[in-house]
Write a protein of this length. Sequence first.
Length: 258
Amino acid sequence: MMSGEVSFLKTTVSNPATSPSLTDALVTTVSTKASAVLALLKNATVEFKSGELVNMSFANSFGAEDMVLTDIILKNKLPIEIFSLDTGRLPTETYDLMAQTEAHYNTKLNVYFPQASTVEFYVKNHGINAFYESIALRKDCCHMRKVEPLQRALKGKAAWVTGMRTAQATTRSSLPVREFDEGNQLEKFNPLSDWTEQEVWAYIRLHQVPYSALHDQFYPSIGCAPCTRAVAMGEDVRAGRWWWEDPTSKECGLHVKK
């Protein structure tokens, strides 16, 4: 285990951030913001409708924010495709939530995988955990496991939806609700851009939305198992992602602007 890495063994203390006090003010704010998200997505489905199909997708990585959007999309029967990326290195809890989501909402998700030959070449030439050795090798791993499958998932789409929030990281300090994704050449919607962590969890509690068991174990941001650790109280919500790198450059490549 690398220095600084935290085991996925469960702690006995539950993360208080996942159970905020549901004050009247917070409930009202969340209700107002959720209505705005629904209106935004409804308008987007009209704008990007092509014939009988809506040419837009939502990328669900099974974090808390993505589960909020999943709930809004599926409960309101919005015609937005939901897909996920299985990197091959996800925590067991993420797979559990994937199955729970399909059962809870009576739906089937589209799942994209990395190209097997690319992964085999990387492991053979660099090693199974080479992403710890340099930022370049880490980014290569993220590209083959996340970026390339995302590009396939978005091929032919006119727009996509993400669960990113401005407050999540310094790399997301300027995050509009809508922007043009130059890297993928399509429109990109970030409906939860101005939501706080407290508001996300209030929505989850109010609407009984399924979520990853890791969130209760101080994992506010969850990616691949080898690159995710728990965070301490008061640490940045993405401090547990690629914790050995500079926070100003910690992104996997899915949301990097060109």
